[in-house]
Ligand binder design. Structure first.
Ligand code: CAA
Length: 240
């Protein structure tokens, strides 16, 4: 039977490409979305992938959604924590709300979703978790103390949880995308983005499908020896 995969933020941007790639690889995919009803509906019609609405920042909603999906489809064996938001501002202009929203969604969402699928993976003695971090969590970014902290947190979280899952055949890895051609990056002011792209050795933004390819690689059954790692897919923007 096909393995069951949840992709958070799975109807747009990187998540959309991940959902499609996992479906093409033979998994049963459930794509989560938070707000954009119209895009989610169009995505479901176009791809035939099931979509479910909940807010990853809300623990109770994650519990309810994971339980419903497990009942309807079976044990969740693959989780891709992709849902993320930006609220960019320099420190002087950043509100406490900007900080909380980004931390609660990006890092809190990662905890919430891992927490609600963890027992099922332990019982099954199998799991694949991929957390989407960011080059900006590795290198920092002007105007993003909230986002960089959340993504950097994801990288630490990944290494810690990988140690807990290892003996139970649950792998936990991260991907650190660079600047990818999505709505999120399109929201960066054009003059700022131009300077960023100029610093990418490959000379262009990445494609969402190029990140999805990394996710498919990490979640494969054959990936049992890859855990606690971070795959940096950034066109050479940040090497270390
Ligand atoms: N380094 C140094 N100085 C910088 C700078 C940088 N990278 N960016 C801006 N500044 C300076 C400006 O030159 C300006 O200086 P002066 O006042 O002396 O002219 C000052 O900071 C203020 O800049 P802005 O006019 O842009 O200020 P703002 O308040 O309107 O906007 C900002 C600030 C919100 C940070 C805006 O510059 C911005 O949106 N930057 C993009 C941040 C970014 O890259 N976000 C990534 C989003 S995509 C993503 O996060 C996906 C992923 O994982 C990669």
């Amino acid at each position: 039977m096909a393995r069951i995969a949840i992709v958070t933020g799975g109807t747009r941007g990187i998540g959309r490409a991940v959902s499609i790639a996992l479906k093409e690889a033979g998994y049963t995919v459930i794509a989560n979305y938070a707000g954009n009803e119209e895009r989610a509906k169009a995505f479901a019609e176009e791809t035939g992938i099931a979509v479910r609405k909940w807010d990853v920042a809300d623990f109770a909603e994650c519990q309810t959604a994971a339980a419903a999906i497990a009942t309807e489809f079976g044990t969740i064996e693959i989780l891709v924590n992709n849902a993320g938001i930006t609220r960019d501002a320099t420190m002087r202009k950043m509100s406490r709300e900007n900080w909380d929203d980004v931390l609660d969604t990006n890092l809190g969402g990662c905890f919430n979703m891992c927490r609600v699928v963890w027992e099922g993976m332990l019982a099954k003695n199998f799991g694949r978790i991929v957390n989407i971090g960011s080059v900006n969590g590795q290198a920092g970014q002007y105007g993003q103390v909230n986002y960089a902290a959340s993504k950097s947190g994801i990288h630490g979280f990944t290494k810690a949880l990988a140690q807990e899952g290892a003996a139970k055949s649950i792998t936990v890895n991260a991907i650190a995308p660079g600047y990818i051609d999505t709505d999120m990056v399109a929201a960066v002011p054009a003059n700022v983005l131009e300077k960023i792209v100029a610093r990418i050795p490959v000379g262009r933004l990445g494609k969402a499908s190029e990140i999805a390819r990394g996710v498919a690689f990490l979640v494969a059954d054959e990936g049992g020896f890859i855990t606690g790692s971070t795959l940096s897919l950034n066109g050479g923007q940040h090497m270390y």
